[in-house]
Design a protein around this ligand. Sequence first.
Ligand code: NAP
Length: 245
Amino acid sequence: MPKDKVALVTGVSRGIGRAVVLALAAAGARIVAVGRNREGTESLVEELKAQGTEALAIVADVSQADDVERVFSEATAAFGRIDILVNNAGINRDGLLLRMKEEDWDAVLDVNLKGAFLCTRAAAKIMSKQRYGRIINISSVVGQMGNAGQANYCASKAGLFGLTKSNARELARRNVTVNAVAPGFIVTEMTDSLPEKVKEELLGQIPMERFGTAEDVAAAVAFLAAEQTGYITGQILGVNGGMYM
Ligand code: NAP
């Protein structure tokens, strides 16, 4: 990845987002780190600066249109361009369908799907003008398979596939690629809280017989963010140890 590329990643304070930022920085990108959590976002940027990476922290909630507008104007004011967008910010509010509250449905769809839409719309404007861009949406294997107790989360992640493919078709002639990465079970704070019994059952479904790491996902994102992979668009790249093929 050439040194002048600017990567904007959302949801960076921990887990997959943090690993993605570190992988893209290691590949030579300048970083715009966007997170809701001020301390986590700013400390990551301090870490990047200490290792010689140009980076900017922006505290924002991706589900809020005003915040997203501010993110992209601050980012372009600082760096003049955005080459890579990684829509990683995501939440879950699990519960069985009959007990699922409307606010839990709305909260998950607002962050996971609307947040990606808002960021993509803002980025697409800049990338179309540049005639260059890489957009990567972090979906999930459960968007492909479904999962009991996660109707809202699975719907949001399956929605990202439709968003990815439609945007890929619209932006292809501007040399902007749009792809999704669908991680399987990755060890992060999001999955820490699952009961041991559920974790054991999940492990039994993974041919590689291990859970994934945030770095496994980051490697797939870095691949799709590279200049050399510009003929790949509208695809879903599974990072799931063979759990879903
Ligand atoms: P995580 O540890 O919970 O981290 C999520 C990150 O997103 C946090 O930094 C969080 O910041 C941020 N965030 C949440 N809502 C936000 C918002 N509205 N605006 C800005 N930032 C926000 O989760 P993770 O496991 O790393 O997951 C990252 C992505 O991968 C998510 O989209 C998730 O759905 C997806 N994924 C994860 C797995 C897995 O097994 N872990 C599997 C498949 C897909 P705060 O500190 O503010 O909450």
